[in-house]
Design a protein around this ligand. Structure first.
Ligand code: AMP
Length: 217
């Protein structure tokens, strides 16, 4: 049983590493961003409200976010561990997670903080493409697909996220600095944070994460 949080700015590589670690530890990846994109795709009323917020680069309300995460964390496949990707993003969310984990008889084992300078983030977000089917993430400059804009795994045409367009991407980084960075102090005081250099290659970052949390590489 291991419960991990992947922490970092938009473009720091959370999604990519979450997929690798989820496979390594055989625990589900819980991405609130993916949950919200599913909600938007469903066309529900809540989805329309969430879409408006995501397009602006701001955060969805704590109430909605905590509710969707709690619902997911209570599902059966999370009983043996989970990997949170993009949650918590505010101190209020971190406090709600503490209460929820305690109620479930679980605890956060480690918070993996991927460190990447802002200048690299903007560059990475502008080149990012995602597969709408399997959600694998590519980068036009650093990790291109074998065939132009086609997913290596399932052949779907790759898409650019609307919130990766430069203006919104910059806003998301500002929101991260203002609202999400304070969450680190919450976990540092509990001695749970491991800082990992997120600027090196995907495999090197994965190895650094595994060794920093004491797992065999
Ligand atoms: P992500 O895919 O993690 O970059 O998330 C995309 C967008 O979804 C964010 O810019 C927010 O608008 C929203 N979102 C995802 N996770 C959260 C969260 N924990 N709290 C609030 N909003 C979130």
């Amino acid at each position: 049983m291991v419960n991990l949080i992947l922490f970092g700015a938009p473009g720091s590589g959370k999604g990519t590493q979450a997929q690798l670690l989820s496979a390594h530890f055989e625990i589900p990846q819980l991405s609130t961003g993916d949950m919200f994109r599913d909600e938007v795709a469903s066309g529900s009323e809540r989805g329309r409200e969430v879409e408006r917020i995501m397009r602006s680069g701001e955060l969805v309300t704590d109430q909605t976010t905590i509710a969707i995460l709690e619902h997911r964390l209570r599902q059966d496949d999370c009983r043996h561990g989970s990997l949170l990707d993009g949650f918590p993003r505010t101190v209020a969310q971190a406090q709600a997670l503490d209460r929820l984990m305690a109620a479930l008889g679980r605890r956060v084992d480690r918070v993996i903080h991927l460190q990447v300078p802002d200048s690299v983030l903007v560059e990475r977000l502008s080149g990012r493409l995602t597969c709408p089917t399997c959600r694998r993430v590519y980068n036009l400059d650093t990790a291109p697909p074998r065939q132009d804009r086609i997913c290596d795994v399932d052949g779907s045409p790759l898409q650019q996220r609307e919130d990766d367009l430069p203006e919104t991407a910059r806003r998301r980084i500002e929101v991260y600095q203002a609202q999400t960075v304070p969450v680190l102090a919450h976990y540092r005081s509990a001695n749970l944070v491991v800082d990992v250099d997120g600027t090196v290659g995907v495999g090197e970052v994965e190895d650094a994460i595994l060794s920093s949390i004491g797992a065999p590489v």
